[in-house]
Design a protein around this ligand. Structure first.
Ligand code: ATP
Length: 287
């Protein structure tokens, strides 16, 4: 039986870094939500005990370096199951973009194989397996809208934000999350109003959400790639209600509830940049 999983991207409504840990990771506090831009993962069980992987984009690894491959390995190790699977990834989410593309593929594989192999693991158990692969995988296992703390695995779920359009711009360059963390000076951080953002989400206060979009990685990424800052400035000028960078970038997204404003933004941005997407905010857990 083949199973096709939808693996949606995430955006950060806030991203704060609260400390550096002994284990080398940073402690974060960030609000993430899912958007309707998704990879499609085709899972086909194999008779032999092996993992085959194919990806539609040549520069994404189609070997053990792919996070989807690592998800299978981690699941097999955790459960002791000796079965094989063929994975085909139809890649729609831009790579190295701050949208958790690899993490959401890994999460979709965990959820899909849990069904196909009838493992009976809970989402919490799958999220725990996912943490071995990456800090964003636990959130991606659940989807929805949540505050993530710790290194990303401590999740507190929130209601979905009000419906809106998300206009996303992916500049040409990719950004290394590791490099951005390395350059971040904890003493320079101006912390986002995470509590205020939670209140705005709970109260369905769209203007309040737009006002509080904030990401402490922005200034670091802007320093290395000033053109990303220019894109943000243009999106504000073109009428987006709130604009911020997602993750460590370089994707910049703007929110608006007005469809014609979303279309205007898309048309203005398309004039000078290739990768522009207009999608809906999802915000609800996988169900
Ligand atoms: P995050 O937002 O979690 O920091 P990202 O969106 O910035 O992640 P990814 O698209 O996940 O970044 O890619 C980061 C790296 O992971 C790239 O170097 C890419 O080659 C590698 N990678 C491994 N598996 C995948 C996958 N399934 N999809 C995309 N990239 C993958």
């Amino acid at each position: 039986m083949q199973k096709i999983m939808k693996a949606p991207a995430k955006i950060n409504l806030t991203l704060d870094v609260t400390g550096k840990r002994q284990d080398g990771y940073h402690d974060v506090e960030m609000i993430m939500t899912t958007v309707d831009l998704a990879d499609r993962i085709h899972l086909t069980p194999l008779d032999e005990n092996r993992i085959a992987i194919e990806v539609t984009k040549g520069y994404v690894p189609s070997n053990e370096n792919n996070l989807a491959y690592q998800a299978v390995q981690a699941l097999k190790k955790r459960t002791g199951i000796r079965r094989g699977v063929s994975i085909f990834i139809d890649k729609q989410i831009p790579v190295s973009a701050g949208l958790a593309g690899g993490s959401t593929d890994a999460a979709a594989v965990l959820r899909g194989l849990n069904d196909i192999w009838e493992l009976g693991l809970t989402l919490e158990e799958l999220a725990d397996v996912g943490l071995e692969i990456g800090s964003d995988v636990p959130f991606c296992v659940h989807g929805g809208t949540a505050i993530a703390r710790g290194r990303g695995e401590k999740l507190e779920f929130l209601p979905a934000p009000p419906p809106c359009w998300v206009v996303m711009v992916k500049p040409q360059m990719g950004v290394s999350t590791k490099e951005i963390y390395g350059r971040l000076k904890l003493s320079d951080i101006k912390h986002p109003d995470t509590k205020g953002m939670v209140e705005a989400i709970v109260n369905h206060d769209f203007a309040g959400i737009c006002q509080r979009l904030e990401n402490v990685m922005e200034s670091v990424t802007f320093q290395i790639h000033p053109e990303v800052k220019t894109i943000k400035e243009r999106m504000v000028a073109f009428g987006s209600d709130g604009v911020v960078m997602s993750g460590s970038g370089p994707t910049i997204f703007g929110l608006t509830q007005n469809q014609s404003r979303a279309e205007r933004l898309y048309n203005s941005l398309k004039g000078f940049i290739d990768q522009v997407y207009v999608v809906r905010l999802l915000g609800n857990k996988h169900g």
